[in-house]
Ligand binder design. Sequence first.
Ligand code: NAD
Length: 249
Amino acid sequence: MLLSDKICIVTGAASPRGIGRATARLFAQHGGRVAILDLDESQAKAAAADLGEGHLGLACDVTDKQACLNAAGRVTDELGRIDVLVNNAGITQPLKIMDIKPENYDAVLDVNLRGTLFMSQAVIPQMRRQRSGSIACMSSVSAQRGGGIFGGPHYSAAKGGVLGLAKAMARELGPDNIRVNSITPGLIQTDITGGKLTDDLKAEITKGIPLNRLGVADDVANACLFLASDLSSYITGAVIDVNGGMLIH
Ligand SMILES: NC(=O)c1ccc[n+]([C@@H]2O[C@H](COP(=O)([O-])OP(=O)(O)OC[C@H]3O[C@@H](n4cnc5c(N)ncnc54)[C@H](O)[C@@H]3O)[C@@H](O)[C@H]2O)c1
């Protein structure tokens, strides 16, 4: 049990096959009490109930600062503290550079980057009071290799922004004993691609992966567990690749 009695928030964790849901499940298995935040309240509640007793499901659009503050407040009121935040909520769009319209840019930057800022700002005061906390931010291999897998350039930009934001938060929050790290998954089989990833494209991508398979949500959840737990107590400002070797630095 790596998270005994730790209070953990995972954003974007209602999607049944998603990375956030797998992370919430693993955290609960390790003794954590989990608050699942997602757009739809009934789906968030159902996902929390699925984890067993003592977990919380809340509606929270991470692009809405007040919604983030409200959700963090509910978690502190009902569960007593906040030990872990996983900034997982994200969307992507497979667009070429000239096809990115202002509304595409806004949507992708808002959820992935603004959401990471707003939700972090919502938990930092409580973590500072506790003088402890761990924040894990979901970036992507797209930030490191300039996309070319599924998401467009605006997605690469948003996830690159997440890396910079997380490193800057790590520097500023270290003296408060709050650790901030990022995870850069490769291609993970979830529903984020909305059925637009063909078998041919999957086979083509797999050719470039030394471990010879696409990732599954639990591969990323395991890295989240490591960053959330005290196993990573001297790690902050780091970027953990979970990509099967697709990108080796
Ligand atoms: N699947 C991949 O290949 C892959 C690779 C690299 C990074 N990622 C990142 O991992 C994270 C999880 O992705 P996934 O593949 O599990 O996707 P998913 O679509 O299964 O889950 C994303 C979840 O985020 C929620 N969400 C969307 N907008 C939101 C908002 N404004 N506020 C709150 N919740 C919101 C959705 O409802 C959904 O439950 C994302 O940040 C994604 O960019 C995924």
